[in-house]
Design a protein around this ligand. Sequence first.
Ligand code: ADP
Ligand code: MG
Length: 243
Amino acid sequence: MISVSHLSKRFADNEVLKDINLNIKQGEVVAIIGPSGSGKSTLLRCLNLLEKPNTGTIKIGSVALNSEHYHNKDEINLRKQSAMVFQHYNLFKNKTALENITYPLIVGQKIGKDKAKQQGLSLLERVGMLPYANQFPITLSGGQQQRIAIARALAVRPKVLLFDEPTSALDPERVHEVLQVMLQLAKEHITMIIVTHEMEFAKYVADRIIFMANGVIVEEGPAKSIIDNPQHELTQRFLRQIT
Ligand code: ADP
Ligand code: MG
């Protein structure tokens, strides 16, 4: 359902992604691991077109964008195919939990206010945040804010959810509640790409793990075999360092 071919991205002289090729099936959960600076965030940001690739093709569902035959319409359509969950939640601070979810529905998707509210409440319930619907982000814990961010990402019914280190900014005792929500989504067969340092979680939840270093995919395979039996020296070294 997602296919990336010959994707490259550079910032000035720094080639951050080098000829990335990737295919992801509907309902698949893919974890991306790798050292800091290896290009994991840039890859997610390219999929969501927060960054424009220099070369290559990205296809999600039936929408494709080729860096050589560029159409604005494809760009707008492709962006709608995915939704991102960021490390620092990026909620609207001046909106309540519920408004954070209904705003993109009302403004972006032109859904009526009542219907948006119904959908928003049901999404809050799904992430266990219904009791907090009318609270502002600042009054909530990091874990609670991240669960709202996940509900907001789900609201636009994307083909794929992109998570960029969703638990890295959380207090340790708050990590679990966010991983729990993500586990639930995985069980519902929502397609997800998750950049994470939570190896136990990745091993348990991901169908596949991709190890990146220096802008390339070094090794990929079933989660358990990558973690328990990495083949490449760089993967072995990385896993030794973080566990
Ligand atoms: P990771 O998420 O794996 O830590 P990133 O994708 O954030 O890695 O970064 C990969 C490389 O790209 C790093 O060298 C980083 O400094 C560089 N980089 C990322 N974003 C930008 C940007 N907007 N401008 C310039 N360089 C960037
Ligand atoms: Mg990153």
